[in-house]
Design a protein around this ligand. Sequence first.
Ligand code: SF4
Length: 550
Amino acid sequence: MAAPGNNAAELHIDPSEVKKEILNRYPAKVARRRARQIVVNKVDEGEQVPEIHANTRTIPGILTMRGCAYAGCKGVVLGPTRDILQITHGPIGCGFYSWLTRRNQTRPKSLDDPNYMPYALSTDMQEEEIIFGGEKKLKKAIQEAIELFHPKAIGIFSTCPVGLIGDDVHAVAREMEEKYPEVNIFGFSCEGYKGVSQSAGHHIANNKVFTDVVGQLEAPKEGSFRLNLLGEYNIGGDAFEIERITEACGLTVHSTFSGNSEYDEFASAHTADLNVVMCHRSINYMAEMMEKRYGIPWFKINFVGARATAKSLRKIAAYFGDATLTEKVEKVIAEEMAPVEKVRQEVEARCRGKLAMLFVGGSRAHHYQELFEEIGMKTISAGYEFAHRDDYEGRKVIPTITVDADTRNIEELTVGPDGTRFRPRKGAAEIERLRQEGFRFNDYEGLMPQMADNSLVIDDLNHYETEVLIEKYKPDIFCAGIKEKYVIQKGGIPLKQLHSYDYSGPYAGFRGAINFYREIDRLVNSKVFRFVKAPWQENPELAGSYGWNG
Ligand code: SF4
């Protein structure tokens, strides 16, 4: 076993052997499937990487890190929106456990602005509704919510039982909208079991927000360089930091899908001049559909990491091609990078060579590698919970992805140009010139081409495999979510939550990078985790008793 704090240069571990050891414990059929989801990375010329299996069902019995479609739709995509009133149709547990757990922050423009995020509204289905149907209760809940809050819009989120008993949330939404025409009411068929992970919920959310909200309002914001920021969820205040930077540069963020967002911004998002995409997996559908219907080009950016932020700002400035904007962007970068560099150097001196593992999200396990790199840390293993092959291998593989029953389960909208509002923001010649300059429109290179050869890339990691990775590599830090946190920390390894950031943040942008460097420094250089003894290390036999004395 590698000693704690071993650095990358001293590590003599064959990742193929680790993979073999992981698979040895599985029954043959399970091992065959997992073998295709655990890949030793190798980047060839032209960014060719090995194929990885992703977006396939978790094998029953495996303790997965994944969430459900409802979590992806309500928790991830719509959760950060403050003035769409969200009603979970189902038993109370789904609503309660998706209530602000991702620490999305929001900043209403005035004290009178509605903010429904502190509320967890649910129909609280009981046995009676499971037997006789819950539509009546849902209508009552909508009516009560309208009378109490007078919202502009209501989203209804379906949980597993709703699909199983056949409640039609869309029919209820239509009926209630007729009764209350001033409220935009729409339902999401995001029952937890749809698809193989929360990824299905992202797609369902994108479709409905696109058909029922985007394009409802003609209210372009003032500004010469107006863009939508897609796939940024304002966890721990990330969007606030990005807004601070973009504003200083002279850019207008028309809407963020969906960190610190509001209904009117979604509804008029089709008036912006550019879409930039942060989290590819959760929102690429929206970028594609907005381009087809309204003519808004999109490209991938990343505001996680100080260097990545500077690169993304330069890319946006180059797209608009305005000398004053470029000058302003360079000025902001120069001013912001000075304090970042000071802290970075201090922290790098203590962190260089340390090892990280990242298993989170659908772009985060990629983005955060840039932050670790900035302080000299190496990511030896990474993977996603809900990604598809293109998030790993790049969008060039999309035509070769097999469409299975689970994918067919999610509606794919056919979108064409809007008769009156389609307006290509750039002519074909201009787009071609930008391509020649290195712009990759409608593209994402994926996680694997940027990871080192011989790193282990694992899709849908589980608890058992996590323990093997820790045992073999003894990383200096592991980044995942709350379900993994305590198991990993009991193994003596510090864990940083990258879904909710624990209690900290922001980590995006320049000030966010400083926060992250300092926090990682404290975590990887603290000795406290090495003193942790898991209960099973001293007492491998677990004994328990029932609390019933009758
Ligand atoms: S899987 Fe179903 S029951 Fe569980 S949280 Fe998701 S929607 Fe609710």
